[in-house]
Design a protein around this ligand. Structure first.
Ligand code: S3P
Length: 181
């Protein structure tokens, strides 16, 4: 597959449960481009889960590590970078994203986000832990959507499997041709 990148890196952005990690892994398998996940890199650097970092050091500490790791990842080339749902809240991170990445917003509607977050067996997410996601998600989503909305490419993920999202990205970037059907 021709995978000429439209920027130094490709960044997958979007709210919690948009599928950034699953799509990143699948897109990496499809294209051969390496996938780097911001949350996974933080966990590796700290030797703790995201959950433990929030619980023991708090959100401000997590955000500072997130910013540093995002900056380091973005210094590289030719990678797919999976951002955390809150990575773009920081203006510095948004500037780095703009300078170093072609960004793809995996767009998910509020009802679908709630459905995924509340699905049996879904990972516990620190920002909604111990609270009713229905009271937290709408405000967070409203504040963050303008940041995601600056993406160069927007791909709807509602009603799509991970493979279908990957297909839509590859089609949009001209890496594959449509069936014409
Ligand atoms: C967060 C999203 C999480 C993780 C952390 C904070 C957020 O990543 O970075 O729990 O602020 O929305 P995902 O978007 O991969 O769930």
């Amino acid at each position: 597959m021709i995978t000429e990148l439209p920027g130094s890196n490709l960044a997958l952005i979007g709210f919690m449960a948009a599928g950034k990690t699953s799509v990143g892994v699948a897109l990496s398998l499809r294209t051969g481009l390496p996938f780097r996940d911001v949350d996974a890199a933080i966990q590796k650097a700290e030797g703790k889960s995201i959950h433990e970092i929030f619980a023991s050091q708090g959100e401000d500490y997590f955000r500072s590590r997130e910013g540093a790791i995002f900056r380091d990842l973005c210094a590289g080339f030719g990678q797919i970078i999976g951002c955390g749902g809150g990575t773009l809240v920081s203006p510095e991170n948004r500037a780095i994203l703009k300078a170093r990445c072609y960004s793809i917003w995996l767009k998910t509607s509020q009802p679908e986000i709630l459905r995924r977050i509340e699905a049996p067996g879904a990972p516990v997410r620190p920002l909604v832990e111990g609270a009713d996601p229905r009271l937290i998600v709408p405000g967070l989503l409203k504040r963050r959507e303008p940041f995601y909305g600056g993406a160069e490419l927007i791909i709807d993920t509602d009603q799509r499997t991970v493979e279908e999202v990957v297909e839509a990205i590859c089609l949009s970037l001209g890496w594959i041709e449509g069936s014409g059907a």
